[in-house]
Design a protein around this ligand. Structure first.
Ligand SMILES: Nc1ncnc2c1ncn2[C@@H]1O[C@H](COP(=O)(O)OP(=O)(O)OP(=O)(O)O)[C@@H](O)[C@H]1O
Ligand SMILES: [Mg+2]
Length: 257
């Protein structure tokens, strides 16, 4: 048995999830070592977002175990898992469009600092929150947009804000679901730099379709096909893996950039 000290950040043991009679996740196994950046790739409908919903506690597995730092998450609610140091973004942009950039980030920070039911604690909490919000604002490069309503940002800025909200609370394990979807080449290059910066020293699990983003960021790639993790390996080895090419990439290795 692994001890919590040496335990991986995330571990999935034979996880299954059915919706009605349809089994969507069919015995998924995955180990994400602490401090690694892992990209999940796989065809549409393979179950990637469902895996994120299971890990973050939004869905409960039908069977199997999910561990965070060696601790079984069974029965925990999303906010409890969040307090244990796991934070996620959604595939669809998930911000408060009528709040400013600053207010959006502060929400993420306040949420993570937790509730303390006393006036003095509340004041202290607001000071801490302001400081941390400023830090994150700088980290994501949106200082000049601090007073702008989030709904008025460009799409790429909204996604950057969302990444900021996700990391605002200082979680050590970050899950990003297609953070560069819908971006231009230069926007996604910028997003890769941002993701690298904000996840420095942390564990990242990221769903990503764009191969240049995957190869630019990931230490390892896990391939999800039809509700199973069929391979986990270095980007180079995954690129060369015949089973992966057949199941997912559908092209000879040379064509994958
Ligand atoms: N809440 C739900 N109820 C019923 N079926 C669901 C639910 N959520 C997901 N599914 C189904 O599970 C399958 C996997 O969906 P999921 O969103 O996890 O795929 P994905 O790998 O993230 O795909 P994409 O690349 O398109 O984002 C799909 O067939 C989807 O319709
Ligand atoms: Mg998805």
């Amino acid at each position: 048995m692994s001890t919590p000290k040496t335990a991986p950040a995330i571990e999935l043991r034979d996880v299954r999830k059915s919706f009605g009679t349809t089994e969507i996740i069919r015995g998924a196994n995955l180990v994400v070592p602490k401090g690694q950046r892992i990209a999940i790739i796989g065809p549409n409908g393979a179950g990637k977002s469902t895996l994120f919903n299971l890990i973050s506690g939004r869905f409960r597995p039908t069977s199997g175990e999910i561990l965070l730092n060696g601790e079984n998450l069974s029965g925990l609610r999303p906010f409890q898992i969040n307090r244990k140091g796991l934070s996620r973004s959604f595939q669809i942009t998930n911000i408060f469009p009528r709040l400013t950039v600053f207010e959006n980030l502060r929400c993420g920070v306040l949420w993570s600092l937790g509730y303390k039911y006393s006036f003095w604690h509340a004041l202290e909490r607001l000071r801490d929150a302001r400081r941390r919000t400023e830090e994150v604002l700088e980290l994501i490069g949106l200082e000049r947009r601090r007073g702008t309503m989030a709904g008025l940002l460009t799409y790429a800025e909204q996604r950057a804000l969302e990444i900021g909200i996700t990391v605002a609370g200082g979680a050590e394990v970050i899950l990003l679901d297609e953070p560069t979807a819908g971006m231009s080449r230069s926007e996604s290059e910028h997003a890769v730099d941002l993701i690298r910066t904000v996840t420095e020293g942390k564990t990242l699990l990221m769903v990503e379709h764009d191969m240049s983003v995957v190869f630019g960021l990931a230490d390892q790639i896990s391939v999800v096909v039809y509700g199973e993790v069929i391979a986990t390996d270095t980007p180079e080895k995954v690129r060369a893996n015949a089973r992966v090419q057949e199941a997912y990439l559908g092209t000879p290795a040379e064509e994958v950039h």
